[in-house]
Design a protein around this ligand. Sequence first.
Ligand SMILES: C[S@@+](CC[C@H](N)C(=O)[O-])C[C@H]1O[C@@H](n2cnc3c(N)ncnc32)[C@H](O)[C@@H]1O
Length: 240
Amino acid sequence: MITQRSVKGQEWYQADDIAEEYEEKRFSRGGRLIDRREKQAVLDALAPVEDSTVLEVACGTGRFTVMLAERGADIVGMDISGPMLQQGREKARAAGVDDHLEFMRGDAGRLPFPDDHFDAVFAMRFFHLADTPASYLSEMRRVSKGTVFFDTFNRFSTRSIYNWALPMGSRLYSRYEVRKLLDDAGLELVTDDHDFVLPYGFYREIPGSTASTFRRIDTTLGSIPGGDRLSSVSYWHCEG
Ligand SMILES: C[S@@+](CC[C@H](N)C(=O)[O-])C[C@H]1O[C@@H](n2cnc3c(N)ncnc32)[C@H](O)[C@@H]1O
């Protein structure tokens, strides 16, 4: 039996309808550019991808798992939700890579792999759900012999304005807190990237045709001195 630790809304992603609508709700319309940006962040952190062994923790519907399998990674996608994994399996079949990846059901708090098993381990959109991030990060570090990569939503940002309205809220992090988590896990920061002054929730509500205009304003705001301090998302690329 799989035991779940402290993850917000742990029941939420177990429902078939939530899993079926997951991508359509977040990554259609203006949300497409978020999907692209996140995929680029993963590719940058994991390069070179081909032939590397990768674990994706909380892989959900396999957005990244399938992309990385298509690029020749030897990848396992793990998630606690059967319905989310089912979406991933269908996507892998449609992309013709179902023989090149493995999806497995499991708990991020107890990764069923020996120490230093993968070249890289990453989790996207997971740490905002975790009430005990240190325990998850230390598991990720344990099974990676190199790269550990993840994202966080930021406390001092536009995300905090609508956080209360989200069905399960999100854990928001300060940069100080993440750096402390990395220190405690024995991880070295390689690069950190801070983006999206306008929060994800804004983009997913607007048509794709106007999203790139707002994205230009967003990146301009982020690039003025101190602008990245307003970013709602951070991407953390570390080494064990
Ligand atoms: C917001 S979704 C992100 C999915 C995917 N990483 C993405 O970016 O599209 C969060 C995922 O975390 C999974 N999850 C929640 N608690 C988990 C746990 N303890 N172990 C593994 N996965 C978990 C959920 O089932 C869900 O698929």
